[in-house]
Structures are given as C-alpha cells and as structure tokens.
Design a protein around this ligand. Structure first.
Ligand code: OSB
Ligand code: MG
Length: 375
C-alpha cells in the first residue's frame, strides 16, 4: 500500500459518568484518532485507528499528546521510507517501526489504520481476516470505584439488568474486601472479578488473600507492572487465579509471565501490546500453553470497539471481555453505537476494523488536528 496523508486528531469525548480507578478519575476520554488516506492496489481508501493512550501517563507511560508527537516525528517517517520500496503492508508495519523503542499504543493505532484501509480495499471484515468462528461475544463491564457501597450495588444492579455477563470491580487499598463482599452477597451467582491496576505491593499479600473467599474469576494486576516475579509469588499464595494486564506488553512478556507462573489468565488489550497482530500472537501462545485470555479495553470508541469484539471471537478468548455497549461510556459515539443484545456484542460484518466515523461527531469532539503528508 501507498500512504498519501495521515491526519491525527486529538478528540475529547465526555463520559456518561466519571470513571474512577486506582490511578485517576476520568470525566472525558481524550484520545488520538488516526486517519490514513492510502492507495491499495490503485484504489483510494481511508483507514482509521484509535490510540489507547489516555490524556495522562497514569496507566502506562504513553499519553495522547505524546502519541501524536511520536507518530508524526518518528513513526510516519519510517513508514515513508518503507513504502518507497513498495513493501509496506499492515502486516509489515510493526517490523518497520521496531527501531523505535516502546510507544506501543501509538504503533498499534497506526497499524490498525493500515489494516482497516487494507481490509476496506478488499471488502473483508476483520473477523473474516482473523478467521473467527463466532458471530457474537459475551459482554462484560468494568465498574469504577464508587463513593459508597450502596452506590456500587446500585450501579452493578443496573448493569446486570442490562444483561452484562460478568462484572469487574476496580479495587484499591481501602476499597476492596468490603465492596467485593457486598456485591457477592447481593449476587451469589454472577461472574465477578477485580482489577487493582497495580495499586498493591507484596506486603499486602495477607490482605489480598481475603478476596479468596468470594469465588472470583480472577484478580487482575494487583502489583506493579515490572513485578513479574512478585506476581508469581502472590499467585502461589492465593487461590484466586492471577491475571496480568499492565505487565504484558508483548508476546515475549506473555511468554515470560506464563513460564514464571505469574499469570493463570492474560488480559489482552490490543493497544497495550502494540496492536491486533501482536494480540493474536499472544492469544496463540497462551492457548498453546493452556492459559485463558480475555479482551480488555481502553474505553474504546466505535473506531475500535468492533475490532476488539472480532478479536475476542478467536477460540482462546474463553472469558468475557471488557467489551461493553458504547452506552457504557458514551452518550454519543463516533460510529453507529455497539449495543448489548442478550448479554452479547455482535462481531461486526462490515469491511475493515470500523465504520467510517461521523464527520459531525469528529468535528464536535475535536481539540486539535494535524494532516501530515507521508512522502
Ligand atoms: O485496567 O483494564 C484496565 C480503562 C482504562 C485503563 C485501564 C483499564 C480500564 C478499564 C476499562 O478497566 C475497560 C473498558 O474499556 O471497558
Ligand atoms: Mg486492568
């Protein structure tokens, strides 16, 4: 393919309600949307990608403005060089970008836009490209830290009424055993799991073991991103299955975590690991190792929510993902909103990774934009 222009837009989209985790309270999603104008086999086509980076470097070291900068300054020039030989495809982009260290979310957004352009050019859906066999995936929801336990029970009850098939509670020191106990007592049968976003240390092991009483599906990332060995130690001390999010940034780190016994389950977030193609490799190696995976999220808009659903339709995704309806986060999405039906989200059948976003919605949410010729 030949890229002509890349337009980077920083968007700020209000959330339906504040989303509080151990690292921040977000009231809006600030994100970078990547639009690639390209030619594939002579046909002009537009591809879209969404960058998972948040406004601030609090989940990982990436942040939206930084992703825009690294894309313009370092990633696009490398793709420009690569395409001079006519060798650029979505599948080779990651190799061309490999000399740039890190910045996986920025790379993932660019790769997604190239893949979207390529698949739109051939009229192929992402699910077909991946070879999935399911046409819908069970929908889970991530519930932020609330002001009180009654407020939490109210929010959880409403999500269950909407049909969500499993509930993930964000936890942090001071908001863990009691909220989890309250939800478990109110709903003895539901699929329930917790996510600490690295808010604990191994010193908290005895306290975290108290969560073993609540029949949780898993505990996600209790310790710091680089604490693989300590996660392995904590995993041995708890009966709740250990799941990693932040620590797994590549197939290589997934292989290490599995070998060390640091992960019984892996949250695959396409943005965190550098894209959908690396996500599939992690899925493949985890499946071969007998490790369950599920698809995590970064409050995706319609530019990426459907692609996450397609990925999650691969056979190794045996646990419900954080793939909720658009309405979980947004009153107005950039594309046709994704809806929950009978507890599931449909795997899209449109060509590419996403629908063409609404020009009105883009304009309404746009903070800044830059169009960069790629020559
Ligand atoms: O840890 O999974 C996480 C959102 C932002 C950053 C980190 C996380 C999350 C979520 C939301 O839990 C998941 C979603 O997009 O539905
Ligand atoms: Mg997480």
């Amino acid at each position: 393919m030949q890229i002509d222009t890349v337009t980077l837009r920083e968007l700020r989209i209000p959330l339906v309600a504040p989303f509080t985790t151990s690292f921040s309270t977000q009231t809006a999603r600030t994100l970078v949307a990547v639009e690639v104008a390209a030619r594939v086999d002579g046909a002009e086509v537009i591809g879209w990608g969404e960058c998972g980076a948040l406004a601030e470097p609090v989940y990982s070291e990436e942040y939206a403005a930084g992703a825009m900068d690294v894309t313009e300054r370092f990633l696009l020039p490398r793709l420009a060089l690569a395409q001079r030989d006519g060798a650029l495809t979505a599948e080779t982009a990651a190799a061309h970008l490999e000399p740039i260290v890190g910045h996986r979310m920025a790379k993932a957004a660019l790769e997604a836009a190239l893949l979207d352009a390529q698949l739109k050019a051939s009229g192929t859906s992402f699910g077909t490209y991946l070879g999935v066999t399911r046409d819908r995936v069970p929908s889970g929801v991530s519930v932020g830290i609330q002001d009180s336990i009654p407020a939490l029970l109210d929010v959880v009850g409403r999500y269950l009424d909407e049909g969500y098939q499993r509930i993930k509670l964000k936890i942090q020191p001071g908001w863990d055993v009691e909220p989890v106990r309250a939800v478990r007592e109110a709903h003895p049968e539901i699929g329930l799991q917790v996510d600490a976003n690295a808010a604990y240390t191994l010193v908290d092991a005895a306290h975290l073991r108290r969560l073993d009483a609540f029949d949780l599906l898993l505990i996600e990332q209790p310790l710091a991103e680089d604490d693989l060995r300590q996660h392995a130690e904590l995993a041995r001390a708890m009966s709740t299955p250990m799941c990693l999010d932040e620590s797994v940034v590549s197939a290589a780190s997934a292989a290490d975590a599995i070998a060390m016994g640091a992960a019984a389950v892996i949250n695959i977030k396409p943005s965190r690991v550098g894209g959908y193609l690396e996500s599939r490799r992690i899925h493949d190696l985890a499946r071969a190792a007998g490790i369950a995976v599920w698809c995590g999220g970064m409050l995706e808009t319609g530019l990426a929510r459907g692609a996450n659903a397609a990925l999650a339709a691969l056979p190794g995704f045996t646990l419900p993902g954080d793939i909720s309806a658009s309405s979980r986060f947004y009153e107005r999405d950039l594309t046709t909103p994704f809806v929950i039906e009978d507890g599931h989200i449909a795997v899209p059948t449109f060509p590419g990774l996403c629908e063409q976003p609404s020009a009105d919605a883009l304009a309404g949410f746009e903070a800044t934009s830059r169009s960069i010729p790629v020559t």
